[in-house]
Design a binder for this molecule. Structure first.
Ligand code: ADP
Ligand code: MG
Length: 314
C-alpha cells in the first residue's frame, strides 16, 4: 500500500473509533489467524453483579457481607466493586439490590459507618485479597487462594460452588482464620455483540480463543454461550503473555483483545494488541489498536480495514 493508502485507512479507522498506532500494526492485522479475547471486561460487560451469598458456618448473613465488603474495600477489582454494592444494598435497604437511586453519592459515607477496618491488606492478582479484620485473617477469592491456605471447603459448599460455576457464575470463597465461612456467586453478562463477532471471525477464517484467570467451569460455560471452543482458564496474570507466545509458534499471527492491567503483557506480546477503550491506561499503552467504542465489532472492522488496504496492491 502507498503511504497515502495507509493514511486514508488510518483516517477511516479513526472515524469508526478504531485508533491504530502506525502503519506496521495496520499491515499486520490482515494476516491475523488467532484472536485471543480476555474474558472479564472484554467479552463480558465488566459489570459484575452478585447474585448469591451463602453462609456455611452459622455466621449471620449481614455480618458475613460486612466482613467480605470490608476485606474488598481497598481492592480495585471489578468483582470487589460488585461485592461492596451488594453489601451496601443489604445493609442500607435490608434487602437485595434493586435499582440505583439518589443515595449513590452518599454511598461512601454510608459505607464507612459499618465497614470494619482492614489491616495488612494485600491484593493477590488472579486470586483475591487477604487482610486482617479484628485480628483475624480474612481471605476472599477463588479456590486456589482458599486451598493454598489449607482451608477445607465442606462438600455442601463445594457442590453449591460447582453449581454456580456450571451456570457461568464466578464463585468467590471466604475464609476467616483459615476456616471456611461462605461464598458468593457473581455474574458478568456477555456484551450483546460478542457471539456475533465470534461467529464473524470464524467466517473470516480467524480462530477465536478465550483467555481468563477465572476458573475452568465458569470459563467453559461462558465460552459455550459465546461460541468459543478454544479456552485457556485459570491463567495467572503473568501467564497470559505465555499463552500468546505459544499460539505464535509455527508462525501464527496472533491478535490479543483486552482491557485490564493483567492483559498488558499479553497485549504487548501479541502481533496485534487491541485495547478496549475505557479499559486501563496501561492496557491502552501496551496495545497497537485502541477500540474506542468498547464494541467488539471493531475487532472485525480493524482486520477488514487492514485486508482492504493491503490486498489491492498485492
Ligand atoms: P480475568 O483474567 O478474568 O480478568 P483476574 O485475573 O483478574 O481475571 O482474576 C482471576 C480470578 O481471581 C477471578 O475470577 C477471581 O476468582 C479471583 N479474584 C481476583 N481478584 C479478586 C478480588 N479482589 N476478590 C475476589 N476474587 C478475586
Ligand atoms: Mg479483563
Amino acid at each position: 500500500a502507498t503511504p497515502t493508502a495507509v493514511m486514508v485507512a488510518t483516517g477511516v479507522g479513526a472515524n469508526h473509533g478504531v485508533l491504530v498506532k502506525g502503519g506496521d500494526a495496520l499491515e499486520r492485522a490482515q494476516n491475523v489467524n488467532y484472536v485471543v479475547f480476555d474474558k472479564t471486561g472484554t467479552l463480558t460487560q465488566g459489570k459484575a453483579v452478585v447474585t448469591t451469598a451463602k453462609v456455611f458456618s452459622g455466621m449471620d448473613l449481614g455480618d458475613f457481607l460486612t466482613l467480605v465488603a470490608s476485606a474488598e474495600a481497598s481492592s480495585e477489582h471489578p468483582l470487589a466493586k460488585s461485592i461492596l454494592e451488594y453489601a451496601f444494598h443489604f445493609h442500607f435497604f435490608g434487602k437485595l439490590p434493586t435499582s440505583k437511586n439518589g443515595m449513590e453519592q452518599r454511598k461512601e459515607e454510608i459505607l464507612s459507618h459499618w465497614l470494619l477496618e482492614a489491616e495488612d491488606f494485600s491484593a493477590l492478582p488472579g486470586k483475591g485479597v487477604q487482610c486482617l479484620i479484628n485480628g483475624k485473617k480474612v481471605l476472599v477469592g477463588n479456590r486456589t487462594l482458599i486451598t493454598e491456605n489449607g482451608v477445607n471447603v465442606p462438600s455442601e459448599a463445594e457442590s453449591f460452588l460447582v453449581d454456580l460455576e456450571l451456570n457461568a457464575k464466578t464463585g468467590i470463597l471466604v475464609a476467616c482464620d483459615d476456616s471456611f465461612v461462605g461464598l458468593m456467586g457473581i455474574t458478568d453478562p456477555l456484551k450483546r455483540e460478542a457471539a456475533v463477532v465470534v461467529e464473524g471471525l470464524k467466517k473470516m477464517g480467524v480462530e477465536p480463543v478465550m483467555l481468563t484467570g477465572d476458573n475452568w467451569r465458569t470459563a467453559k460455560a461462558v465460552a459455550k454461550e459465546v461460541g468459543i471452543e478454544d479456552v485457556r482458564a485459570e491463567v495467572m496474570p503473568a501467564g497470559k503473555a505465555d499463552v500468546v507466545r505459544s499460539l505464535q509458534k509455527g508462525g501464527n499471527i496472533v491478535a490479543m483483545v483486552g482491557d485490564g492491567i493483567n492483559d498488558s503483557p499479553a497485549l504487548a506480546a501479541a502481533d496485534v494488541g487491541m485495547a478496549i477503550g475505557g479499559g486501563t491506561d496501561i492496557a491502552i499503552e501496551a496495545a497497537d489498536y485502541v477500540l474506542v467504542r468498547n464494541n467488539l465489532e471493531d475487532v472485525i472492522t480493524a482486520i477488514d480495514l487492514s485486508r482492504k488496504t493491503f490486498s489491492r496492491i498485492r
